[in-house]
Write a protein that binds this ligand. Structure first.
Ligand code: MSP
Length: 519
């Protein structure tokens, strides 16, 4: 069985999750569920990044005695948000886990043994929003462009990693025929960064005087390992490096590191360089997705528009949020979350198009065939259309074009709706009742069986995006096992439906969303 290992960035445990964090976790979940549908054995890792000065300061500001108690609380908020959003991660890693500390220290040791670590003086400008040193040329009006505040001057003794030794091998990896960094524009940015002579060796520790909340350097506890070295290493800890030989040999190298565009440099330059120094194979692909704004504006505490995904799931349900984010945005570009748009799109696509098609079919089969699917051939051209669209769906999913993949499903659902509207099986049933002409009954049955097969295929293909809705549709079509157990190779995937299969009518599977006037 082929394997697929997908990871997300691990979120800073300095505050509760927002819709931007959710966007990435849902995307990774869509990938993981799609790869399971392809029949692969999947390991899906997400988690929280819990060390560093940003988290330490947030703990103090929140009045906690120890950062540990603070990160316990914040990481559980992330876990809860992902549970509500139906994220199917196989493991949730926390960088404060003991086994992770051991792996980080081992990575440090290996780099040191290779002669790639040396001690030196660092003097520079540090932005704790980025958890990174900045150059004068990175600033606009003296401020970090990402965090809109001036960095702080810092001078201390640090350990450095010889990145310069690995710039050329990393460039070679980036230039290999098989793309290792996507989208292509982002890969070009990384290649340009590698060309910059100012991108040199970088500091990989902080002195204990400036940072206590982190993993100590082995044999030199006066120094604490830089949070990015600690964070990136989560991907190998999660795969069982040093702790689980069998898991490690199964899962590594990662097939996909899904991350936001702002942290591409760390994943496409620092991380491969670190792995090369440790003689660990490089990941297959790093994908840097776009950023989500809220109602057209960048989220910020000062604007008060930081959107809480838990609140959104309570109000609208996970399926609507998941569906809207990925049907309405292009994954490799920046996108937006707007409530009014979400309500409009979810109602139109899920309640009207898909929900109505299902509803008409189960209602008419219920009334006219006493809930049992009649033994009648479907109209082949619609099944062929669904197969062709399934192929296009896979092509789009394979390159993370989620909106395009979703559109393929809607295309054949739309055709199904048009087919029903043209054929009017309800009129055929009426005619049958009046004339007792069996041919009319069969004609109507044929329309319904065809429609049902389209809905069946739609439920399977949308399952990675709208897991709950797909399951409801699936169950209403009379299946007992879960839609999430279906793979392209399983018999249930085909257009076959057992005649006599008993459908049931659960009422609207996607109740229309309404914006309450008081909110
Ligand atoms: N802790 C680091 C990542 C370490 S990975 C080894 C970090 N954390 S973060 O909490 O700031 O961001 C976590 C992820 O969320 C990143 O991939 C980041 O790009 C993504 N996003 C943060 N805000 C976002 C949006 N507004 N929209 C989409 N993704 C966003 O960076």
């Amino acid at each position: 069985m082929e394997k697929y290992y997908v990871t997300t960035a691990i979120d800073y445990a300095n505050a509760a999750p927002h819709i931007g964090h959710a966007y990435e976790k849902i995307a990774a979940d869509i990938v993981a569920r799609y790869q399971r549908l392809c029949g692969k054995k999947v390991f899906f890792l997400t988690g929280t990044d819990e060390h560093g000065s940003k988290v330490q300061k947030a703990a103090i500001a929140a009045g906690f005695d120890s950062p540990r108690a603070f990160v316990d609380e914040t990481s559980s908020k992330f876990k809860e948000a992902w549970r509500r959003l139906l994220i199917s991660n196989d493991y949730f890693i926390r960088t404060t886990e003991d086994r992770h500390k051991e792996v980080v220290q081992e990575v440090f040791r290996r780099m040191r043994q290779k002669g790639d670590v040396y001690i030196g003086k660092y003097s520079g400008l540090y932005c704790d929003g980025c958890e990174d040193y900045l150059r004068e040329t990175d600033l606009v009006d003296g401020k970090c462009i990402n965090h809109q505040r001036p960095p702080v001057h810092s001078e201390e003794e640090n350990y450095f990693f010889r990145l310069t030794k690995y710039k050329e091998p990393v460039r070679q990896w980036l230039l290999e025929q098989e793309a290792h960094v996507l989208p292509a524009g982002r890969k070009q940015e990384v290649l340009n960064q590698l060309d910059d002579p100012e991108l040199g060796d970088f500091s990989i520790t902080r002195s204990r005087r400036s940072l206590t909340w982190g993993i100590p350097v082995p044999d030199d506890p006066e120094h604490v390992i830089y949070v990015w070295i600690d964070a990136l290493t989560n991907y190998i800890t999660g795969a069982g490096f040093l702790s689980d030989e069998e898991a490690w040999s199964t899962w590594w190298p990662a097939d996909l590191h899904l991350i936001g565009k702002d942290i591409t440099k760390f994943h496409a330059i620092y991380w491969p360089a670190m792995l090369l120094a440790c003689d660990i194979p490089l990941p297959r692909l790093v994908f840097g997705h776009g950023f989500i704004t809220v109602e057209g504006q960048k989220m910020s505490k000062s604007l008060g528009n930081v959107l809480d995904p838990v609140y959104l799931t309570e109000k609208y349900g996970a399926d609507a949020i998941r569906y809207f984010l990925f049907a309405a945005n292009t994954f490799d570009q920046d996108g937006d979350f707007s409530r009014a748009e979400m309500i409009k799109i979810a109602n139109s696509h899920l309640a009207n198009n898909l929900g109505n098609l299902l509803n008409r079919i189960v209602t008419l089969i219920g009334k006219n065939f006493t809930n049992a699917v009649p033994d009648i051939e479907a109209e082949q051209k619609y099944l062929d259309l669904a197969d062709a669209k399934t192929e296009q769906y896979c092509q789009a999913m394979n390159v993370f074009e989620f909106a395009k993949a979703i559109r393929c499903v809607l295309d054949f659902v739309d055709e199904g709706n048009k087919y029903l509207a043209d054929q009017k099986p309800w009129s055929m049933f009426k005619e049958y009742q009046e004339t007792k002409d069996e041919a009319k009954l069969r004609e109507a049955g044929r329309v319904l069986v065809t429609g049902m097969k389209l809905v069946k295929r739609a439920a399977i293909l949308l399952a990675p995006v709208t897991p709950d809705l797909s399951e409801k549709i699936w169950k209403s079509l009379g299946y007992t096992e879960s839609v999430h157990s279906i793979t392209f190779n399983s018999s249930q995937f085909s257009h076959e439906i057992t005649p006599g299969q008993v459908i049931n009518n659960p009422g609207p599977v996607f109740p229309r969303l309404e914006e309450k006037e008081t909110e």
